[in-house]
Design a binder for this molecule. Structure first.
Ligand code: NAD
Ligand code: MG
Length: 405
């Protein structure tokens, strides 16, 4: 089969998804050439990736690291141009030469570069779920207006996408013959931990996911199941679903990545070993298939499949996210911002694991409903929620110092 070679910018190249993307891209030099790689601060890794991928540009998002980056790229005799900051990211996400943009920056920092790719009508491989959580309505409108092609990288959404019928009608499950979308999640490392021990959980324990190897922020989100909550919101926007259309199912083995249930009783599941190179390869080659390096699933090794309902006491963040998605755009933006700040505070040892949901809940309680009609309004709301959250955390920390419980 004849494939046309595609030029790709990999935003967040030094992260977990970025590295897996490079792995798949390098397996198919005849199909992909790398236009740009971006990183926040990990210049050493960016240099070694640039040596192998030979991009035209590299972007260092953190402006304070720019001079050091310039020196390191010069010293390594690399010919690529070094850009920095928001402008650099914007350029490589929207340049004319680019066909495909992998949006794999973590957190709200991914919003503007991902939108730049959407506004330029690119094929956008969407790993940065936070951009949809923050700006779903505006994001989907922009994708339609600029004829961008959105392909989900999140393994669950990629699985759902693979299980949908060819004639899927966005936002109309009945017309597509679908009765439910079943969003699976492993339950993370604390599926069976005594709830009383949650306050002693350390960052390293929270980041040690039983099945997936991911960045630290999403690893903590998986442990609290905020990740599933963000994915619930992401699924609503990607496929035009009502909250009632989605059921979250715990499946600790992470072999089924999600399912679609049809009105005739059929359930179609997408399965595979838990390795992000599968959804990345699927989206890169769509609608064709390419080899990804992932070991084939061996059913003799998969001892059992089990399924349960998530316990709301164990995963309060999941409930918060589902309720926020019913509340509207301001609530999901506030929750996303609050969660980024509270997860960071947990990773820095400032608050306990069990306090992440408490802080998020308090931030939502303190926020008033408001309309978010522009990206500027989304960003203002995000910033305001961060300030509120920092305040809540400071109060928690000082009450701990002063012995108030
Ligand atoms: P990571 O922490 O491993 O990597 C994040 C990347 O973003 C790095 O390249 C980093 O340099 C860059 N970055 C960080 N802060 C930045 C900033 N302020 N400005 C610009 N760049 C910045 O994260 P990850 O696990 O690869 O996750 C990336 C995205 O993919 C997240 O949105 C996550 O939710 C999503 N995702 C990840 C996985 C996974 O398996 N890792 C699965 C599904 C979805
Ligand atoms: Mg996922």
């Amino acid at each position: 089969m004849q494939h046309k070679s595609q030029t790709i910018s990999i935003l967040g190249a030094t992260g977990s998804i970025g590295q897996s993307t490079i792995d798949v891209v390098l397996r198919h030099p005849e199909l992909f050439s790398v236009f740009a790689l971006t990183a926040n601060r990990n210049i050493e890794l960016l240099v070694s990736q640039a040596k192998i991928c030979q991009p035209k540009y590299v972007v260092v998002a953190d402006e304070n690291s720019y001079l050091q980056a310039k020196q390191m790229f010069n010293a390594a005799n690399l010919l690529c141009e070094v850009l920095c900051g928001a402008e650099g990211l914007q350029h490589v996400a929207s340049a004319n030469e680019v066909d495909v943009v992998m949006a794999a920056i973590v957190g709200a920092a991914g919003l503007l570069p991902t939108l730049a790719a959407v506004n330029s009508g690119k094929k956008v491989l969407l790993a940065n779920k936070e951009s949809l959580v923050m700006s779903g309505d505006l994001f989907v409108q922009a994708a339609n207006q600029h004829k961008a092609i959105l392909l989900p990288i999140d393994s669950e959404h990629n699985a759902i996408f693979q299980c949908l019928p060819e004639n899927f009608c966005y936002g109309d499950l009945a017309a597509s013959g679908i009765s439910k979308v079943l969003l699976t999640g492993s339950g993370g490392p604390f599926l069976n931990t005594n709830l009383a021990d949650f306050e002693k959980v350390t960052p390293d324990q929270a980041c040690a996911h039983p099945n997936w190897d991911m960045g630290r922020k999403i690893s903590v989100d998986s442990a609290t199941m905020m990740n599933k909550g963000l994915e619930f919101i992401e699924a609503r926007w990607l496929f035009g679903l009502d909250a009632d259309d989605i059921q979250v199912v715990l499946h600790p083995q992470s072999i089924i990545h999600s399912m679609v249930q049809y009105v005739d009783g059929s359930v179609i599941a997408q399965m595979g070993n838990p390795d992000m190179r599968t959804p990345i390869a699927h989206a890169l080659a769509y609608p064709q298939r390419i080899e990804s390096g992932v070991a084939p699933l061996d059913f003799n090794q998969v001892a059992n499949f089990s399924f349960t309902e998530p316990d709301p006491l164990r995963y309060p963040n999941l409930h918060l996210a589902i309720e926020a998605s019913k509340e509207g755009q301001y609530a999901t933006t506030v929750l996303n911002a609050s969660n980024e700040v509270s997860v960071e505070a947990f990773l820095q040892g400032k608050i306990g694991f069990n306090q992440i949901a408490q802080v998020n809940n308090e931030c939502l309680q303190q926020s008033q409903s408001h309309r978010l009609d522009t990206i500027e309004a989304v960003i203002d709301s995000d910033q305001a929620a961060r300030r509120v959250t920092l305040n809540i955390i400071e109060n928690l920390m000082s009450s701990k110092v002063h012995g108030v419980s």
